[in-house]
Write a protein that binds this ligand. Structure first.
Ligand SMILES: Cc1ncc(COP(=O)(O)O)c(C=O)c1O
Length: 358
């Protein structure tokens, strides 16, 4: 059966992007961030393609468990830590690294009496105000954690940057400075940088970098193309033309009749819509590639279909290929048209879309 909408995931692009990250941060080990189904690319195939990474970061236990089931023996870091004793036991069973980000985690670890020693990454909140010990609470948390028999020697220390994608942003400078101040002299491995930190803030690199977006070949900076950094999009979302029709001047196309033909227009209907994860709120004029040629989308995006103006140039026929984003059409541009960020689009590719790993 030929499936119409496919997310083609290019494993060589993933590997090339990983190599690029190593070039950007040559002194750091790479913790590949593969949470949220590897940003929509498919958790296990993506992690297998990125097996040269030094570790993987996931948000939740079940994501890490899927990697272990796939046979990956790398360090796997749970970015959100664990919630309770049951999750802590599961983390020990799966040999996961844990982010320790609050008093409840210290108490959980203090209660452990078994022989297992948890590898932990103590998180400092330097300004994100999401997870982590406040800078002034950290020294006491560190003292308690490093005295515990349940904690493996040499815990690591991390923080997360709130504004790293804004080049020159003073808050990022302050976050890095606060982190360096409070961790000075601790002789612990550190991790600060996400993708934007890796590219824009070399002083944030530390011992481990934590790229997500870069691995998928996408720029973390608004208005700057990934190509400029030598990255290749790992996902190309493609579909096919299912109908071609002539629309007369004055006729409207799609729901709410938002687009009206100003000339006799050839319209291709392609099988993709918000039910596949293509954003509903892109404007008329948003680009797609029909047989490799840039054409504007017209009217509203439906659940399963979009309409494309293919008047200029050779007429497509049913079955012809339509690229929605990826190679030749950066997802960053579609995201900008939809008033969102590329993260949301790639994570939002829906379950009915076939992932084709090449
Ligand atoms: C703690 C942490 N580190 C690293 C990342 C990777 O971020 P990016 O995809 O921008 O590289 C994330 C993603 O949200 C994160 O939550």
């Amino acid at each position: 059966m030929t499936q119409l909408v496919r997310a083609i995931v290019d494993t060589r692009a993933l590997q090339r992007n990983l190599a690029a990250v190593r070039g950007f941060a040559p002194g750091s080990r790479v913790m590949a961030v593969v949470k949220a189904n590897a940003y929509g690319h498919g958790l296990v195939p993506t992690a297998l393609a990125l097996a040269d990474a030094d570790g993987f970061a996931v948000a939740r236990l079940e994501e890490g468990a899927a990697l272990r089931r796939a046979g990956l023996r790398h360090p796997i870091l749970l970015l959100e830590g664990v919630l309770d004793d049951a999750q802590l036991n599961e983390a020990a069973h799966q040999d996961f690294d844990l982010v320790v980000h609050g008093e409840n985690h210290v108490e959980l670890l203090e209660r452990q009496t078994g022989p297992y020693r948890f590898r932990i990454w103590v998180k400092i909140d330097t300004g994100m105000s999401r997870l982590g010990f406040r800078v002034d609470e950290f020294p006491e948390a560190w003292r308690r954690l490093t005295s515990l028999a349940s904690v493996a020697p040499r815990p690591r220390i991390m923080t997360h940057l709130a504004n790293a994608d804004l080049r020159g942003d003073p808050k990022t400078r302050e976050q890095i400075a606060a982190f360096r101040r409070v961790t000075a002299g601790l002789n612990a491995e550190t991790s600060i940088a996400n993708s934007a930190g890796i590219l824009a803030w070399p002083e944030s690199h530390g011992d481990w970098v934590r790229p997500g977006l870069l691995l998928y070949g996408i720029s973390p900076f608004a208005g700057e193309r990934a190509e400029k950094f030598g990255l290749v999009p790992a996902m190309t979302l493609v579909t096919r033309v299912i109908a071609v029709r002539a629309v007369r001047s004055g006729e409207s196309v799609g729901y709410a009749s938002t687009w009206v033909a100003e000339r006799p227009t050839r319209i291709a209907i392609a099988a993709a819509g918000y039910g596949d994860g293509y954003p509903r709120n892109v404007a008329s004029g948003t680009e797609v590639l029909v047989n490799g040629r840039s054409c504007p989308l017209v009217g509203r995006v439906s659940m399963d279909m979009i309409a494309v103006d293919v008047t200029d140039g050779p007429a497509p026929v049913a079955g012809d290929e339509v690229v929605l984003w990826g190679r030749g059409l950066p997802v960053e541009e579609v995201a900008a048209q939809a008033g969102t960020i590329p993260y949301e689009l790639i994570c939002g590719v829906s379950q009915r879309v076939l992932h084709e790993i090449v």
